[in-house]
Design a protein around this ligand. Structure first.
Ligand code: EPU
Length: 303
C-alpha cells in the first residue's frame, strides 16, 4: 500500500495555488448523502489556472488527487488521502455565442437551468431535480428518461492528467449509459448547445417533471440519486421492490420506501452501513432474479 503523503509534500504541491485550502476537512457536508471522513487537504481552486497548478503539483509529488462533485458518490468513513478538489468556486456561466452556454464545472444543474430559462433556452429540462454539478454531469453523462447530457454537449473544457488545458469536441467522444468516455483528466467546464424556446414551455416541462420526481423519489432526505444502473430492459427499482427489500435498513441507512433504487440517510448513517446495505440488496436481487445489479454511484476513499 502506498504511504500517505506528508503535510510537507502536500504543501509543496499546493504552493502558488489560489483558493480555499482546508486541512483535515470533513467531507460529509460536501456530499448529498452526508457521509464520509476527512480529506488530508481540501482545495477549492479559485481559477482554472489553479487546477492546472494542482494537477501538475500532485503529479510531480506523486500525490493522489480526487475531484469531489459530491452527489453521485459515497465517500468512505476513513476519508480520502492526498488532495481533494471541490469546484465550489468555479461557478462562472455565460451565453458565449448564440444559444451556446459556457458553464464552469462547479455550477449546479439547478442554477444552469435557471440561467437557461432566463435566456429562454431549452435543452436541459431533463435535469430538473438533479442536484449535481455540470462537471459531474458531463463526466457521467447524467440523464433521466427525458434526456441526457450528450444531447446538448457541444464541447468539454478539459485539463489533462499532465496539467494541460484543452477543448474536446463532443462529436469526438463516445457516450455510454451514465458514462462519458473521456481521456484521463478533469472536466473544468462545458459548452452546451441549447435551442430557443418559449419560457412557458420550458417552465411547464420542468414543472411536470419535477412533480413526477418529487412524487416518486425521496428528494427531501439525504441521498445520492439512483443506487444502481437499470439493467437492460428492466428497472433496478422494480427488481428491488419485487425482492421485498423496500424499507430494509441498517442504522439510519434505509432502502427508501418511496423508491427502491434510492438509499436514504435518515440521520447519522455511516458510509459502511450504506455500503453494507448496497451489498445486501445486490445479493438478494441476484439470488431471487439472477440479475447482478451494477452500481451507479462511485465509491471513493480509504478502505
Ligand atoms: N419502480 C418500482 N418500484 C420502485 C421504483 C420504481 O416498481 O420502488 C418501477 C416504476 O413503477 C417504473 C420503473 O420502476 O415502472 C421505473 O421507475 P422510475 O420511473 O422511477 O425510473 P427509474 O428507472 O427508477 C430513472 C433514472 C433516474 C431518473 C428517473 C426518471 C436510472 C438508474 N435512474 O429511474 O435518475 O430520475 O428515471 O427519469 O436510470 C439518477 O440517475 O440518479 C436518477 C435519479
Amino acid at each position: 500500500m502506498q504511504k500517505p503523503p506528508t503535510r510537507e509534500q502536500l504543501r509543496r504541491a499546493l504552493t502558488q495555488v489560489e483558493g480555499d485550502i482546508r486541512w483535515w476537512e470533513p467531507l460529509a457536508p460536501l456530499t448529498s448523502l452526508h457521509v464520509g471522513g476527512p480529506a488530508d487537504v481540501l482545495v477549492m481552486p479559485a481559477h482554472v489556472a489553479d487546477v492546472l497548478q494542482i494537477v501538475r503539483g500532485a503529479r510531480l509529488g506523486k500525490i493522489p488527487l480526487t475531484v469531489l462533485g459530491g452527489t453521485n458518490v459515497v465517500v468512505r468513513d476513513k476519508g480520502i488521502r492526498g488532495i481533494v478538489m471541490s469546484f465550489k468556486q468555479l461557478t462562472n456561466i455565460c451565453e458565449e455565442d448564440r444559444h451556446v452556454v459556457y458553464s464552469q464545472a462547479g455550477v449546479r444543474l439547478p442554477r444552469l437551468m435557471q440561467f437557461a430559462l432566463g435566456r429562454k433556452l431549452s435543452g436541459i429540462e431533463w435535469a430538473a431535480g438533479i442536484p449535481g454539478t455540470v462537471g459531474g454531469g458531463v463526466a457521467m453523462n447524467a440523464g433521466t428518461r427525458l434526456g441526457v447530457m450528450q444531447d446538448v454537449l457541444k464541447a468539454v473544457d478539459f485539463v489533462t492528467s499532465h496539467g494541460k488545458r484543452k477543448r474536446i469536441e463532443a462529436h469526438t467522444l463516445t457516450f455510454l449509459y451514465r458514462k462519458t468516455m473521456l481521456p484521463k483528466g478533469i472536466v473544468v467546464g462545458a459548452w452546451l448547445q441549447l435551442t430557443a424556446a418559449l419560457k412557458g414551455t420550458i417552465q411547464s416541462v420542468t414543472k411536470d417533471y419535477l412533480h413526477y420526481r418529487k412524487t416518486t423519489q425521496p428528494l427531501t432526505l439525504p441521498n445520492a440519486g439512483s443506487v444502481f444502473k437499470n439493467p437492460d430492459g428492466d428497472s433496478a427499482g422494480r427488481l428491488i421492490e419485487a425482492a421485498g427489500l423496500k424499507g430494509l435498513y441498517l442504522g439510519d441507512a434505509e432502502v427508501s420506501l418511496k423508491h427502491a433504487n434510492f438509499i436514504v440517510n435518515k440521520g447519522s448513517a455511516s458510509a459502511e452501513q450504506i455500503l453494507s446495505l448496497v451489498r445486501k440488496v445486490r445479493q438478494q436481487v441476484a439470488r431471487k432474479f439472477g440479475v447482478r445489479l451494477q452500481l451507479e454511484w462511485k465509491v471513493i476513499g480509504e478502505r
